[in-house]
Write a protein that binds this ligand. Structure first.
Ligand SMILES: Cc1cc2nc3c(=O)[nH]c(=O)nc-3n(C[C@H](O)[C@H](O)[C@H](O)COP(=O)(O)OP(=O)(O)OC[C@H]3O[C@@H](n4cnc5c(N)ncnc54)[C@H](O)[C@@H]3O)c2cc1C
Length: 420
């Protein structure tokens, strides 16, 4: 089976590394399950510090959210910082906000230090107001970020139109810490760096079972077993089989990419190459990539029965935002699963002695996944800890119902939106 078919990122990845399957028994200090940003960042930082580490990935590197996302490297979470502090209490919330505010710095530093070829552009991102209520939300977010010394600016409608190339928005919050990447290329680059430092990486090696053996852990895959003193599970919304499941609500998000646009249009749309998304509850994301393709994304599943309404909406939305693109079709289409938690905050669950599962970035995982992966390395080495408390696993009730409600909401919104 192909991994994430039709993804533009898979078609254009510049460092398409490949790794063998685990076909023997292996003992290491730290075993990692999952080859996305969290697992790979942990592997890089552990191997760089001299630990022996092995990572097993069920499919291929970046098969999950890390190879399918929009590529907006944002600071913090979706939840604004005051709400994070309200939910966790001031000391814990302040700690998490501070750790994730530096997410883009950690990501772009790794990219620069290891010369990862992933189309990195650090010109900030634009959060665009789709309505008066959206503008009020952005104004509140602006005040919260400004109070924390973040390099942010609130743009008026004219400035927003000149930066985005569309008059559809009432304003925008620009965040200068942020930027864009080719997401799969970043994951592949991290895998290359981890291997260079000595990490052993195995693809097509699903963890089928995890068990406690002696004072360590045993991870069984179809053709080999990994033994380790410490275990890091980093499977987020892509848990394959019982060994990788997390209590998350899967929310689908799709993207469509045009062919490279004519040069005149490339310079009229998102000319500063900021990535952007809007304040709508069923949000729209927009960005250009290196060869001048425009990417449009939204909540919804193109691999399910809602494909027709989602795709029809996307064509109309593109023309509504940019009338000059009338008649331009999409070359690539793909969907990914976002790991939502009820609080919209990431979780670190204890799986037993010296074993954790890290998940639940709720749609904001490039910076946070990299930061939590680095924290996992420090936790495993005994030199640091996570920016959230390690808690006992708690089931997420009515997951299927909540996921169906999200998809139904997206389909209905797109059916209505497609008429305009
Ligand atoms: C469509 C979409 C758009 C998004 N846009 C953005 C964005 O613009 N900016 C942003 O910051 N975040 C974004 N996100 C969120 C971000 O992509 C994720 O939070 C992040 O990639 C999570 O990384 P991860 O390493 O924790 O998990 P993943 O990248 O999902 O990796 C988990 C891996 O574990 C593997 N696995 C699962 N079970 C097993 C097993 N049993 N054995 C071995 N391996 C296993 C999977 O195959 C998978 O490769 C988006 C997500 C999606 C889906």
């Amino acid at each position: 089976m192909m991994d994430a078919p039709h993804s533009l990122w898979r078609a254009t990845v510049p460092e398409p590394g490949s790794f063998p399957a685990l076909e023997r028994n292996l003992s290491v200090d730290v075993a990692i399950i999952g080859g996305g940003y969290t697992g790979l960042s942990a592997a890089c930082h552990l191997a760089e510090a001299g630990a022996s580490v092995a990572l097993v990935e069920a499919r291929s590197i970046g098969f999950g959210g890390s190879g399918r996302n929009v590529g907006l490297v944002n600071a913090g979470l979706w939840v604004p910082p005051d709400s994070v502090e309200a939910r966790l209490g001031t000391p814990a919330g302040t700690r998490l906000n501070a750790a994730l505010a530096e997410g883009p710095e950690v990501v772009f530093d790794l990219i620069a230090r290891h010369q990862i070829r992933c189309e990195a552009v650090r010109n900030g991102t634009l959060h665009c107001a789709h309505s008066a209520a959206g503008l009020r939300d952005l104004t509140a977010r602006f005040a919260q970020q400004q109070a924390r010394g973040a390099p942010v600016a609130l743009l008026d409608p004219a400035q927003t139109a000149s930066r985005t190339g569309t008059t559809a928005y009432l304003g925008a919050l620009w965040d200068g810490r942020a930027g864009t990447i080719q997401p799969l290329a970043y994951a592949q680059g991290l895998a290359r760096v981890a291997r260079q430092y000595g990490a052993q990486i195995f693809e097509h090696s699903p963890a089928l079972a995890v068990s406690r053996t002696g004072d360590g852990w045993s991870v069984s895959t179809p053709k080999g077993t990994l033994r380790a003193a410490r275990l890091i599970q980093a499977t987020n919304a892509y848990g394959a089989g019982r060994a990788g499941q997390n209590p998350v609500i899967p929310a689908h998000f799709f993207q469509l990419a045009t062919a490279p646009l004519p040069v005149a249009l490339q310079s009229a749309i998102l000319s500063g190459r900021e990535g952007c998304w809007d304040t709508a509850p069923v949000l729209t994301s927009l960005r250009m990539e290196a060869s001048g393709r425009l990417l449009l994304g939204a909540l919804g599943n193109l691999d399910g029965p809602g494909r027709g309404p989602h795709a029809a909406w996307a064509r109309r939305k593109l023309e509504k935002l940019f009338p000059q693109l009338r008649g331009i079709g999409f070359d690539h289409a793909w969907t990914g699963r976002i790991a939502m938690t009820t609080t919209h905050l990431p979780c670190v669950h204890s799986l037993g002695p010296k074993a954790v599962s890290i998940f639940g970035y709720s749609g904001r995982g490039i910076g946070p996944g990299t930061v939590f992966g680095r924290a996992a390395a420090q936790w495993a080495l005994g030199t640091g800890d996570f920016p959230v408390a390690i808690t006992d696993p708690a089931p997420e009730p009515a997951v299927a119902l909540k996921a169906a409600a999200l998809e139904t909401g997206a389909v209905l919104t797109h059916l209505v939106g497609a008429r305009h």
